[in-house]
Every structure is written in C-alpha cells, then in structure tokens.
Design a binder for this molecule. Structure first.
Ligand SMILES: [Zn+2]
Length: 662
C-alpha cells in the first residue's frame, strides 16, 4: 500500500486565504476518536461490504451475472413511479434499488480510509473485485450506472429529478478519489474520470448540451474532489455549472417531465423545495426540503465559493446557515424532523420522539460546516461541526461499530434500536466514511497558517512553505479540556496558529511556552491567533473549562418548553432507563439542583456521566383514576445522564434528552 498524495490543486482562482483540510493519512488520531476509528476499521468497513453482498448488490453491478431485472421480471417502475425513496425493483427473491451504486461508493470510501488505520489485504481484494466489475460494466462512451444499464436500459438521462443518476456517479467518484489516495491504485479513478468526461459532454452551458442537474445533490462536491485530485479544471467548472444552473427558468425538471410524456405537476413531492431547486441557489434564504440533499448542496456551494472566491454564494450560505441554526436544528446537531420528506417542516418544529434526524443529515451538516471553514477559521461553523460530530452523527453507530441508527430521536419509549442493516442503507456507510476520515476535519491549512478546529489526542504532519512541520496534541478531550500542543519544525518557521475557543467554554486560558496569552486581544471569530516564528520544542497549552450546562430551547419550540437538556463541553446528555428505571417522563430536574460530573472509565468505553438530585412523580398511590384534582406525589431520585451518542449500547429501554424542569 502506498499513500499517494493528491496532485497540485487546480489552477482555478484559488484565494490565498483558503483553508484546506489535511488529507486523512496526515492526521493520526488517538483517544476518543482513535477508538471510534478503530471500531470502523476493524469492524464497520468489513460489515458494510458483507451487508452489501447479503443485500445482493453484487448481482446488480456484475455484468457476468444475469441482471436481476431480467431474471425475474415482476415489476420494474417507470421513471415517474420511481420517485420516493428511490425506485425498487422487487422480484420473488431479489430487491434492487436505483441508488445502490452510491452504497458501493460509500463502502469503497470507508474501506479506503480504514486501510490507513489498519492494513486489510482481504478487504482490499474484495474492493478490487468490485472495481473490476465496474470496469467491465462501463460502456465505451464512459457511461456507468448499474441501474440504467442492468434494470432500466434505454432510459438514461430521462429523469434526473427522481432517479439519483448523477448522485450515484458522485458517490462513486468520492470512493474512487479516496481509494486512489489510500492505495495508489488508479483503476476506479480512471473509470470515474472517463464517466465524468462523459457527463461533461452531456451537461453544460454550451449549445446542444442538457441544462440539467441532479434531483439529489452530491455530484457537485464529488466533482470538486475529483478536480482537486486530478488537477483538471473542467471538473471544477462542471461542479460550478450544476450549482449555478439549479432552479433556473425554464425549470429543467418541468421540461424533462414533459419530454418523457409526464405532467410536471404530477410530482410526488409537489414542490421543488424538496430538492432545493425551487429557486436559483443564490436567491435561497430558507433551508427547505430533504435534509441530506440540502446539506450536500450547501457543501458543494461552499466548495465553489472557496475555489472561485464567490461572495454571492457565500452570502447565500450565511443566510441559510442562520436559518438552519436559529430555527430548525435539534440540540444534538440532528436536522430534518419529518419522515414524510426526510427533511424540514416549519420553523421551531422540533418534535423529539418522532424526530427523523437521519444520521446522514447530521453527517451532511458536518460536511457543510467543515467546508465553510475553507473560507477561514470561524467558530460559528466549527462549534456546530463539533456538536453534530459528537452527538447527532456518531449516535448513528454503535460503540463496537456493528449496528446503525437511521433515525436519531431525542426521546424513546423503549422501542427504538440500532439496525443491523436498513432497507435503504444510506446511513451505515455514511457514518463509516465520516468517522474513518475524522482526522481531515481537525485542521485547516492555508499558505502560512494552520487552524485547529478540533481538539483531541493526535499527531498531524503538514508542510508550510515547503517545510515539514508536525503538531502533536496531547489531551483527554472531550472528557477533559486541557490540550497541550507541541509544534515541531525542523527549522524555525513563521506561521499563524489559529486555535478555536468554543462558545460553550466559559473559561479558557492559553499559554505559549509557559507565557499567558491575552485571549481577548488574540481572538476573533472564536479563534485565538498566534503568529510567531515556531521553533522545535515550542509548546502551547490551552485549558478549556469543560463547563456543565443546562440548555433551554427558544420558547417557540413547543415540544421543549418547560424542559431542560444537559451538556458538558461539546457533549449533549440523555437519561436512559437502564440507569434511571422506566417512566423517564415522570422525572423532573429542579433549576437549583447541583450537577455533578463523574469519570467512569469502565462504562461505555470510558465516559463522564452527569448526576443530579431530581424528583419523580409516584404512581403507586395514584390508583386507577385517569384524572384527579390533585397532582401526583413525588419522591426524590438521583438521575444519571450519559452522553447522547452512547445511548442504546446497553440494555434496551427508554431514553430522554429534554428533561422536565421543576
Ligand atoms: Zn441515511
């Protein structure tokens, strides 16, 4: 295995201040994230491959096997029937879905990042075989879609609105880039370059080309990755075209529907808000529709804003960010309350028990936030990235890396548990690839600056002005807020180190080589900047008080009024039945109750729990009445809370984030 470095970035307009993430292999994580990455590398990556095979996905992509759509013709949906969760073809023994190429793409990507952590020749061989199948499947003109080649031949590019065609290409591109970087093997990268060339020959502003874009965004951010790894500007320009074209009139999805003889108004989701094509992206100011699609679109927009120095895109992104984070975000960093559209509803509508809050959507928020940081360090984005990372996204993966949540509710009566797999298996490989690549979210590197976005025991290697520098973080974060950073440069080198001071932290102290830094003077946009000539042995000490906090929701959130959520540092907490008994709704936490933190090294892989004295409404003396004129008696109880991400890893039972206050 050789770690190939990406080629020089494209020579598109490249703002000097762009902060780029470090490639995955340049950051070794230990501690909290080390455990998570180990779980993915040792278990999840192999499980993803096995589950894809068990779901019979190989049968869809392997040209040497009979097509499942041909073997058992039972019902093959027309492009207009294929419009909700992605079309399904169900024969008597085989179910196949139009987005399975995307699951392979994400599975390949997870495997690729995992190979950095842990060599796995057996898994690599299996992935190579999948890539060989795609090589055989690819058509001479470069086209590649297992659905349109094997299940619905003859219909390619007839329903971009519903059928995930470019979305699947995007995920395969991301998988190809990651696999090339991890193994040095170019085969899938070359396949996807040929496919991207074909796509560029079909779509674009030139006369005769289609003026379309995908109903499920993803191709945009994938083409940016492809442009960065190959140095080919045309891929970046195509990504920009898809973003610029979205929502323009005449509306592509209207014209496309008419072209296939369908009524554009017969759209299952009624409004193009569902796929964020209701208006041009620069005119959008509300986060609407399908949550994952929105996050992927905004991620692509942020990439293009950074690459082209496009302030009009940035202004739109800031409006959308404000809208999401002030009106439609769960305290866990989950987004999209509704199962109906897998997305957003109305302002302040944040039901807890029925929260959809798809794992992929929180992962998508991490993607978007991390790309906003490409435009410069700003804790407004990094704090949110941290919240989604530590709470609403990694809750989607069991601690051992083997089971998955699709929905991430904030309250459960005991019936919500992780799945071994899901009929629509988008979330497992999404959380897998995010965790396995966590190192790349830690830092942003500019020409003469390094921003530290995340803290945690880790070592990073990078170059500034062509000179190698390493940065070693020693910390027990997020359980403890003390972070020691050693900068090791072979020769003295001047650059600015930006350190995030999280908004949740009430007291922070910063020292450089033992000398206190005036944080007030050094900090802007939530980052303290230290510019100096760094010498071997320089040591930075950042002490972030791991503040415990009661959080309250805006009173417009009807589901949370009179309730309180507990947090410590970046972690949101919940109570579980296994620690507190059943009937969690009967527990109340008084405003004045003292919160205590307890280190529990033997619980859930080593966590800090919170406890407080609260009360519980008694049921014993209530009798059989449904209603009474007197309130129930209460008894004192000690409540114990665990980090939300770790729930449902022990005995099944109830769970609650928003506790009653009183
Ligand atoms: Zn998902």
């Amino acid at each position: 295995m050789t770690a190939s470095q990406p080629a020089a970035a494209t020579d598109t307009a490249r703002p000097k201040l762009a902060f780029r993430p470090l490639p995955v292999p340049q950051v070794d994580v230990r501690g909290f994230w080390g455990d998570r990455v180990d779980a993915v590398a040792s278990r999840t990556a192999g499980i993803l491959y096995d589950r894809c095979v068990e779901a019979r996905m190989l049968e869809q992509i392997d040209p040497d096997r009979p097509s499942p759509g041909v073997v058992i013709p039972f019902h093959s949906p027309s492009p207009d029937e294929a419009n909700t969760q992605g079309a399904e073809f169900t024969g008597s023994t085989v179910t196949t879905q139009m987005f399975w190429d995307s699951d392979w793409g994400k599975t390949i990507e997870t495997a690729a990042y995992s190979l950095y952590r842990r060599r796995n020749p057996e898994l690599e061989k299996k992935i190579d075989a999948v890539i060989d199948m795609y090589a055989k499947l690819q058509q001479p003109d470069g086209y590649l879609s297992s659905w349109y080649q094997r299940i619905q031949p003859g219909l390619r590019w007839t329903n971009l609105r519903d059928c995930h065609e470019l979305y699947c290409a995007g995920h395969l591109i991301e998988g190809a880039v990651a696999y090339f970087q991890a193994t040095g093997k170019r085969k899938l990268l070359d396949i996807m370059c040929r496919y991207a060339d074909h796509i560029a020959s079909m779509f674009g502003p030139e006369p005769g080309k289609k003026k379309g874009y995908c109903g499920h965004e993803e191709i945009e951010l994938a083409l940016v990755k492809l442009a960065r790894v190959t140095g080919e500007k045309k891929y970046m320009d195509l990504a920009k075209y898809f973003i610029d074209q979205r929502g323009q009139q005449p509306h592509y999805f209207d014209e496309e529907a008419r072209a296939r003889g369908a009524d554009p108004k017969a759209y299952h989701f009624k409004t193009y808000e569902y796929n964020q094509s209701h208006k041009p992206v620069r005119e959008q100011d509300k986060v609407v529709g399908h949550a994952v699609r929105a996050m992927y679109l905004f991620s692509g927009m942020a990439d293009i804003a950074t690459e082209y120095g496009d302030d009009s895109l940035r202004a739109a992104l800031d409006r959308l960010w404000d809208d999401l984070t002030t009106k439609s975000l769960y305290v866990t960093g989950g987004i999209g309350p509704s199962a109906h559209n897998e997305g957003f509803t109305s302002d302040y509508d944040l039901p807890n028990e029925t929260a959809y809050a798809e794992t992929c959507a929180s992962v998508g928020l991490v993607f978007w936030a991390s790309r906003m940081l490409g435009m410069g360090p700003n804790a407004r984005y990094a704090d949110m990235m941290e919240r989604a990372l530590y709470n609403g996204s990694i809750s989607g993966l069991s601690l051992d890396g083997s089971l998955f949540f699709y929905e991430n509710p904030l309250e459960s009566r005991g019936g919500h548990h992780r799945w071994k797999w899901h009929r629509c298996p988008c979330c497992p490989p999404n959380i897998g690839r995010m965790v396995a690549s966590i190192g790349s979210y830690f830092y942003g590197l500019a020409d003469d600056a390094l921003a530290v976005h995340l803290y945690g025991d880790s070592t990073a290697r990078f170059e500034i002005a062509g000179r190698p520098v390493s940065l070693v973080q020693t910390s027990n974060y997020p359980w403890d807020g003390a972070v020691a950073i050693e900068v090791e440069a072979e020769a003295p080198i001047a650059f600015t180190l930006h350190l995030r001071i999280p908004a949740w932290c009430r007291n922070a102290a910063l020292k450089v080589n033992g000398k206190m830094v005036d944080l007030g003077a050094a900090t802007s946009d939530g980052y303290a900047a230290i510019r100096r000539e760094w010498q071997k042995g320089d040591r930075v000490e950042l002490d972030l008080e791991m503040s415990m906090a009661r959080l309250f929701a805006n009173p417009e959130v009807r589901q949370d009024i009179g309730r309180v959520a507990l947090a410590r540092g970046p972690l949101i907490y919940c109570v579980e039945e296994t620690d507190n008994g059943g009937g969690l709704h009967r527990i109340a936490l008084p405003r004045e109750a003292k919160l205590e933190a307890h280190r529990e090294p033997n619980l859930l892989g080593g966590i800090v729990t919170l406890s407080a004295i609260g009360s519980r409404a008694e049921t014993e003396n209530w009798g059989s009445d449904l209603y009474r004129s007197e309130p129930p008696a209460t008894e004192q109880t000690t409540l114990k809370a665990v980090p939300y991400f770790a729930w449902d890893n022990r005995d099944p039972g109830e769970m609650l984030v928003w506790l009653r206050e009183g």
